[in-house]
Design a protein around this ligand. Structure first.
Ligand SMILES: Nc1ncnc2c1ncn2[C@@H]1O[C@H](COP(=O)(O)OP(=O)(O)OP(=O)(O)O)[C@@H](O)[C@H]1O
Ligand SMILES: [Mg+2]
Length: 242
């Protein structure tokens, strides 16, 4: 039974938040009760005395879903560094079991919960656990967000290889930001090459949207672009429990 998905990336800044927002909107559009989570956020500014995750602020603004902040983003860290380092500097210990508890609470409120990861799979969350350990503890399938440009075959295959080695199932790959840079031979040929070598479907290619502004919480063309360009059929919640 699928009740959630974990959105990881080949790197930080590849578009996990944009894809998470697009997927939440697409699932909502199909009538599902969707929630989202960003379990750990670092580099969070302090606004009016509160530590705020810009990712969560954007996701709330665009999707209109306002679950309790402690469920959605239990660890909000100020330092702009890997969570293991930021939490050490802020005297916080990131406990995976606590994140799993919060995820469970959220999943009682929603049919499906989309979890945005932190950086990529090999990002440390504490002294001895990585994002991949969190994915395993949550028991979720991955959606991998990758760049369209030269170098992405290597990064995407490394991510897929790691997932396979660790026994993490992959639901698919979404290439994000097509057209931000000049579209050349790599951009046109990378998707097929990635699919061939990873044996994982590329579910869609999301364009660079010039009207998207994270700071202002604006993404007017995201829902339509996602609907048109991403095959969400393999990502729908299932209730095939026997
Ligand atoms: N398809 C897109 N169209 C327009 N802007 C985009 C698109 N994808 C990403 N961006 C912009 O690129 C930046 C990085 O994207 P995003 O925040 O989604 O990456 P991320 O993988 O979630 O990063 P992080 O690791 O910090 O969570 C953001 O400013 C976002 O607005
Ligand atoms: Mg993000």
């Amino acid at each position: 039974m699928r009740t959630g998905l974990f959105i990881t990336g080949t790197d930080t800044g590849v578009g996990k938040t944009v894809v998470t927002a697009g997927l939440v909107l697409a699932l909502k559009e199909r009538g599902f009760n969707v929630g989202f989570m960003k379990p750990v956020a670092s580099g969070c500014p302090v606004l009016d005395g509160e530590v705020v995750s810009p990712d969560v602020r954007f996701l709330r603004e665009v999707t209109g879903i306002h679950d309790d902040m402690d469920l959605v983003c239990p660890y909000r860290l100020k330092q702009p560094a890997a969570p293991s380092i930021a939490s050490r500097l802020e005297d916080t210990h990131i406990q995976l079991s606590y994140i799993v508890d919060q995820y469970f609470q959220l999943s009682l409120l929603h049919e499906i919960v989309i979890v945005e990861g932190i950086g990529g799979l090999m990002v440390p969350l504490n002294n001895n656990e990585l994002v991949s350990d969190l994915v395993l503890q949550l028991g979720l399938e991955l959606v991998i967000v990758s760049r369209p440009t030269l170098g992405t075959i290597n990064h995407t295959l490394l991510t897929c290889h790691t997932a396979k080695m660790l026994g993490i199932p992959m639901a698919g790959i979404i290439i994000n930001g097509f057209g931000k840079e000049r579209i050349g031979l790599p951009e046109r040929t990378n998707p097929d090459e990635i699919e061939h070598f990873s044996n994982t479907p590329v579910l869609g290619i999301l364009p660079w949207m010039r009207d998207l502004n994270m700071e202002l919480g604006k993404a007017p063309s995201l829902a339509a672009e996602f609907r048109e360009r991403v095959n969400i059929q393999p990502l729908l919640p299932t209730d095939d429990e026997v």
